[in-house]
Design a protein around this ligand. Sequence first.
Ligand code: CTP
Length: 440
Amino acid sequence: MNTNTWQYADQEMALHGREVIHTLTAAGHEAYWVGGCVRDELLGRAIHDMDLTTSAEPEQVIALFPHVIPTGIQHGTVTVMQGGHAFEVTTFRTESGYADHRRPTEVAFVKDIREDLMRRDFTMNAIAMAEHGERVDPFGGEADLRAALVRCVGRAEERFEEDGLRMLRCIRFASVFRFRVAFNTWKGMIRRREGLRYIAMERVRVELEKMLAGPDPLRGLEMLGRSGLLGCTKVPVPWEQCEAQALKGIVQLQEELRWGLLLMSCRLTSVVADELLRAWTFSNAVRLRLVHLLEWETELIYSTSVIAGDSVTEESDIINDEALRRSWIRLLIRLGKDTASDWLDLYNTLPASFRGLPPWVEKHVAKTAEMASLWTKQAVVVRIKDLNITGNELVQAMNRPGGPWLGQMMEQLLQAVACGDIPNETETLLQEAKRVMSSE
Ligand SMILES: Nc1ccn([C@@H]2O[C@H](COP(=O)(O)OP(=O)(O)OP(=O)(O)O)[C@@H](O)[C@H]2O)c(=O)n1
């Protein structure tokens, strides 16, 4: 790497980062790029942000730049805004007194970059790079990158004791980069794994998300299982129950759906999954997306079994297709087309052997896959707001004040349109409403 070779970073960001380093060094301080950005450049991975470290103390940094945000001044970190980019600039520091396994109670500024690098988690994250590309790499980080090895700086047990999250970072890096974990690092992790109990579930989830989103999540899952780390999280992550064969196609799935596959392969009900997703601090949007997916799966199998079971004896081929189609449409109305298409994506990755359903149910579930595929492409009306009639129009036409009847009527009309019994036309919808009313 030479001066102009931030090959994997946004060039403008790299240029402004260099300006910040230059300003600091011109004022007589030392300054380097450090951590993830240097590691990712050496690995040839895209870089999204650049952290800097300097011998200058926060007040000195503030004095040198017009736009500085004091983001974490007591820990030596300020954010320098340069050319529209934000750079976290942290004073060389040591940390001590990790009484809670996650945060240092004492931070001391130091003058030697090596001392700063010594407090960092892994050798590959403890490489600093100066303005013209010269590297400070006292722990052999580059050699470990070449050897595809995650190795702690110094004694692994100490690094993991300081911050329990580092154990998940270790597995995440090994999984995402397809690296091995150095023997002593692995041993230290096993010894310190109970420390994970102190880590907030939100931080744990973020690490698991990064791991799952990577190119080889099964590798990470295998390591999580083997290390026993999953048994040590604050909130249970019951992935040991996963049926491994169900996960084979996981990389084909979009990131959030990978969580859905995990939940499904653990055979969790939507109610239990809902509780877990809340405790794992997922946003409501993601949680509902996944819960709907599981509900879809359960309801689909349930309604198929019931209808198939009502109309046929086991293993018979005759089934009431129309009753099934109607029950699936009800499901589509309740859970939405997005759920149908999510479920379809997931279903397509599952090996038939996973499901363990009687073949006569399996066959009909497979048929819903075809249907779901059609529904997601066609303009099937499944939302009340897509009906060609409004509540107001109904109230006027019926000459009746609004009330619970109105919602029920709209639902009924939607069901009829979605099933293809009547067209979605205002006049027909009004007639149908009148017919229903008079027959009540
Ligand atoms: N628990 C942690 C977290 C971070 N670091 C150090 O702080 C740097 C920056 O951390 P962060 O931005 O959280 O992660 P990155 O290593 O940059 O990697 P990623 O962005 O992929 O999470 C790391 O490289 C590492 O040197 C550490 O020692 N211990």
